[in-house]
Design a binder for this molecule. Structure first.
Ligand code: GTP
Ligand code: MG
Length: 203
């Protein structure tokens, strides 16, 4: 039995559960994106602004995701931090067609990165989705990364840069919650990071 368990772990057949937080400004497309990850028969047909938060579940790779779909409205943003300590990963959604509010998104990102419960988890992965790529006014993912300062000096002390060996894993890609474009790319990256992270924490 012990040998079999060892072998099955080794072969990567063990199911992994991961709790993720989906955050970002209101109207960026968080609920639409999470809805897309769910099985077709479980998807909602009507999407309304989230009040507080909702919990959604879906599967990808061999991960069972418990996704906290947080409201991005100003009055609910204080709720985000309540879940940081328990999170295995974060999805940060940006409306790439709303260039005017990217500085606001950057400010919220700063609050996340500098929060003690996030700082204490330097390997907690963050997936950035530059959403609404189907709109003509949308900015490409590298431009969103630049406007958020993801490659800049400012995050260095907070492990978001990709130079030192102990950097926070992060990835940005364009997505469309409407068509689904880019979502597989993003969730595959996150799944891969989570499998490593959860396996390491259990080891
Ligand atoms: P809050 O719950 O208020 O924080 O918003 P949210 O981030 O969950 O946004 P939601 O998923 O409710 O989407 C807001 C609006 O954007 C809806 O009208 C969606 O149909 C639309 N939307 C979401 N993703 C996309 C996308 O990729 N492209 C386009 N064109 N519209 C999108
Ligand atoms: Mg929502």
């Amino acid at each position: 039995m012990g040998l079999w368990k060892y072998l099955s772990d080794w072969l990567g057949s063990r199911k992994v559960e991961a709790k993720i937080l989906c955050v970002g400004l209101d109207n960026s497309g968080k609920s639409t994106i999470l809805n897309h990850f769910k099985a077709k028969h479980d998807r909602r047909h009507e999407m309304a602004p989230t009040m507080g938060f909702n919990v959604e579940t879906f599967k990808h790779s061999r991960i069972k995701f418990l996704a906290f779909d947080m409201s991005g409205q100003d009055r609910y943003r204080d709720l985000w931090e309540r879940n940081y300590a328990e999170a295995d990963g974060i999805i940060f959604v940006i409306d790439s067609s709303d260039q005017l509010r990217i500085p606001v998104a950057k400010e919220e990102l700063g609050h996340i990165i500098r929060h003690p419960d996030i700082e204490s988890q330097p390997r907690l992965p963050i997936l950035f989705l530059a959403n609404k790529s189907d709109l003509r006014s949308s900015l490409p993912a590298p431009k969103c990364a630049q406007l958020l300062g993801l490659n800049g000096e400012e995050w260095e002390g907070n492990n978001l840069r990709s130079k030192s060996s102990d950097v926070r894993p992060w990835y940005i890609c364009s997505s469309s919650g409407k068509s689904g474009d880019g979502l597989e790319d993003g969730i595959s990256w996150l799944s891969q990071k989570l499998i490593h992270r959860v396996a390491k924490m259990k080891a």
